[in-house]
Design a protein around this ligand. Structure first.
Ligand SMILES: Cc1cc2nc3c(=O)[nH]c(=O)nc-3n(C[C@H](O)[C@H](O)[C@H](O)COP(=O)(O)O)c2cc1C
Length: 458
């Protein structure tokens, strides 16, 4: 018997504070005005995507003591955007990235339960811990937590919000809520939580929401991050979108599920993926290169090198050779509020390798950054892209992709019109939404289902 084809999950990442986004293109629109978010969400819903995804940065990034303004700067508040989008969409899931290091469980639980009500069961929470003390300076508690403690806080944070969501779970309370009768039961919303990070008790004041609990995403990739996802998340937002690295990551995290008594399909792996779509493969290759050149201006290339060198390189010509001085390996000081710095574990070795590459290929600084930076995940005609996405999903490199277009807000339009119909023809992507909640779209059990019901449904 042949294995049935996996159904693909697709989501739309609102482009923004990253160097994928080309804001200088005349086709690019606002990253702040609601009309951009609305267009993007409506396109994703027209294409029957599972959800829209918002990343979050809580401080303006800096480099060399100045605000880093070569990428988009600034982003309105996540809950406000998602609540507004709930009103202009009907089925699309709404995923917000919200930090567990700086927030409090009670307020975050209220916000997600409210979003789940307003949207009719479409809320999801990407639980992140954030990586830097620089961002932490914006918050009352000040200082920062070492990684281990951040994850211990994240775990307790999530467990505490679950207690709050479930505080309206008694059968009598649900019956009262469903019948709309006056609630006389003083138990509604009662909670007591005593733990290492939170010591709170009281009454949760948002009634049980349509999904019971929001869908939980996780995005960190350290050992602690992977364990957190395996124990507690419904989906992972990863950056492993290439075939082989995707398969390795997929196998790694799926293999961790059993020890938490969870099955293989209780955790979805959804990497971020960019694309260059053309009418033909050749046209797409040309477009891919053109976009890479737009993404990496001379100024961007120099700043990119500064992450590795940890030095001010503004006096260098981006069209000239790489610096022959070595990176400064003392504490990171050039760049604040970015994750990339952490990726270069041995900057001196990276610099040596890059110099060798540049000299062998006669590359300038800018050529080097263009050629070694992230290439689009999928490049080709609609047929090529549809076929490749399906191959990756069937090969267990992922369960689908969170697409990051390079143009806001129209960068998804062609994908919706040209690639999605081909995936539908192949029978691997829905032609209509079957359910109304995000849990339905993702094939995840409802927390109120009994174990027996869950087995029967699967
Ligand atoms: C693919 C990916 C996306 C992330 N997106 C965000 C984000 O939007 N906002 C944020 O504050 N942190 C984000 N993070 C950071 C994680 O929450 C985490 O703090 C960081 O990766 C450090 O944890 P780790 O060592 O487990 O990776 C992201 C991480 C990854 C890997």
């Amino acid at each position: 018997m042949t294995k049935p084809q996996k159904q693909i999950h697709l989501a739309a990442h609102f482009p923004g504070v990253n160097n994928t986004t080309v804001w200088s293109d005349p086709k690019a629109g606002s990253h702040i005005e609601f009309s951009s978010f609305a267009h993007f969400a409506r396109t994703a819903e027209r294409a029957k995507f599972d959800f829209l995804f918002l990343a979050e940065g809580l401080r303006l990034r800096e480099q060399g003591g100045k605000i880093y303004d070569l990428d988009v700067v600034g982003r309105p508040d996540t809950f406000t955007i998602l609540a507004a989008l709930a009103a202009v969409t009907e089925r699309l899931g709404l995923t917000g990235t919200i930090n567990s290091t700086f927030n409090e469980p009670y307020e975050v639980a209220r916000q997600f339960a409210s979003l789940d009500h307003l949207s009719g069961g479409r809320a999801a929470w990407n639980v992140v811990t954030s990586w830097d003390a620089f961002t932490g300076e914006n918050f009352r508690r000040g200082g920062f937590l070492p990684q281990e403690e951040r994850y211990s806080r994240a775990k307790e944070f999530l467990a505490t919000t679950n207690e709050l969501f479930d505080s309206w779970h008694g059968d009598e309370i649900l019956a009262d809520q469903a019948s709309g009768e006056f609630l006389t039961d003083a138990k509604a919303g009662s909670f007591v939580h005593t733990g290492q990070h939170f010591d709170i008790h009281g009454q949760f004041n948002v009634p049980r929401s349509p999904q019971g609990r929001p869908v939980i995403f996780q995005a960190g990739e350290s050992e602690e991050g992977r364990e957190f996802a395996a124990s507690s998340a419904d989906a992972i937002f990863s950056r492993y979108s290439a075939l082989e690295e995707g398969r390795a990551f997929y196998t790694d995290v799926k293999n961790r599920l059993a020890k938490y008594g969870r099955s293989h399909d209780e955790l979805l792996i959804l990497p971020a993926a960019s694309f260059a779509l053309g009418d033909t493969d050749e046209e797409a290759e040309e477009l891919a290169l053109e976009v890479r050149r737009q993404q990496v201006s001379g100024a961007t290339a120099l700043k990119h090198l500064e992450f590795v060198w940890n030095r001010d390189l503004s006096s260098y010509d981006p069209e000239g050779p790489l610096p022959d001085i070595d990176p400064d390996v003392s504490d990171d000081h050039i760049s604040k509020g970015r994750a990339q710095v952490r990726m270069y574990r041995d900057p001196v070795a990276v610099a040596r390798e890059w110099r060798e590459l540049a000299s062998a290929n006669k590359w300038s600084i800018r050529d080097l950054v263009i050629n070694t930076g992230n290439r689009q995940t999928f490049v080709g005609s609609p047929e090529t892209i549809a076929r490749t996405i399906n191959e990756y999903v069937q090969a267990d490199a992922s369960d689908g992709f969170i697409l990051v277009p390079h143009i806001t807000p129209t960068g998804l339009d062609d994908f919706a019109d040209k690639v999605v119909p081909l995936l539908q023809e192949q029978g691997v992507f829905r032609t209509e939404y079957e359910g109304s909640t995000l849990r339905d779209h993702l094939g995840l059990a409802h927390p109120d289902q009994t174990a027996g019901e869950q087995r029967a449904a699967s």
